[in-house]
Design a protein around this ligand. Structure first.
Ligand SMILES: [Zn+2]
Ligand SMILES: [Zn+2]
Length: 245
């Protein structure tokens, strides 16, 4: 089956995410726009995934629990998991490797933790934007240990991407696919970075506000509509879109 997806969304737990990006609002907006499949990928945390899974189910959407990991080199890596439990385990692992720097909400934004009733149950005290101690070359294998799949986020962007921060893509990083922004210039990537040629790719919004959630544009071919099927398809590189011209 072909499904319209957006696998990179931030909730109100990400300091840079709008306060109205509650799990219920995200799921309702995605359903209204015509998506079948969404993921929640807050910076360095999975603590709103359980609430988002419930909100997605209520809106008839399939849900992939995830995280946008910041590596030691400050490259962003999209991490997607088969289950909320696996995502939460990974969240605990990452938290232990996140510097104990306090968030300053007035400067960075609020970090609201939500429950399945879409209520704020607390605020994450530690700044979620810091670089973790996890190396870029270790991320793919690490996420696999947690039964998930990792792919370098928005590699076409000038900041916080593997290409911007390391200068190149190296296949020894072990990623089977890459994420591109919706506005990516695929031809330019193809011409500048020959290592990326032919790689499977997905296109996500990276929306931080409800207004920034676009209409569906790209689809995934899946065997079934589930988080496991999404992780399997990406891990196996079974993607219909590739970096090619
Ligand atoms: Zn990012
Ligand atoms: Zn993001």
């Amino acid at each position: 089956m072909r499904v319209a997806y957006d696998l990179h969304l931030h909730s109100c737990l990400s300091p840079c995410g709008s306060d109205d990006m509650t799990p219920a609002n995200i799921a309702a907006m995605a359903a209204l726009a015509g998506y079948s499949l969404i993921a929640l990928t807050d910076h360095n945390t999975t603590r709103n995934c359980r609430a988002a899974a419930a909100a997605a189910e209520e809106n008839g959407l399939a849900f992939v629990p995830g995280m946008e990991l910041t590596t030691a080199e400050e490259a962003h890596i999209l991490c997607l998991f088969r289950s909320v439990e696996a995502a939460e385990e990974f969240g605990k692992y990452v938290y232990e490797r996140l510097p104990d720097v306090k968030n300053r909400p007035e400067f960075f934004g609020n970090q609201y933790i939500m429950n399945e009733l879409d209520e704020v149950t607390g605020e994450e005290p530690r700044l979620l934007l810091s670089a973790t101690g996890i190396g870029t070359y270790d991320a793919a294998a690490l996420v696999r240990e947690f039964d998930g799949v990792a792919l370098p986020a928005h590699i076409d962007r000038d900041s916080f991407s593997i290409i911007s921060n390391l200068g190149f893509y190296d296949e020894r990083m072990g990623f089977g696919a890459v994420e591109l922004s919706r506005t990516a210039n695929v031809r330019e990537l193809y011409e500048l970075h020959s290592q990326l040629r032919g790689m499977g790719c997905i296109f996500n919004s990276d929306a931080h506000s409800l207004e920034a959630m676009p209409d569906p544009e790209h689809t995934l071919e899946l065997e079934e509509l589930s988080a496991a099927a999404v992780v399997d398809a990406i891990a196996a590189g079974r993607l219909s879109e590739r970096i090619e011209i």
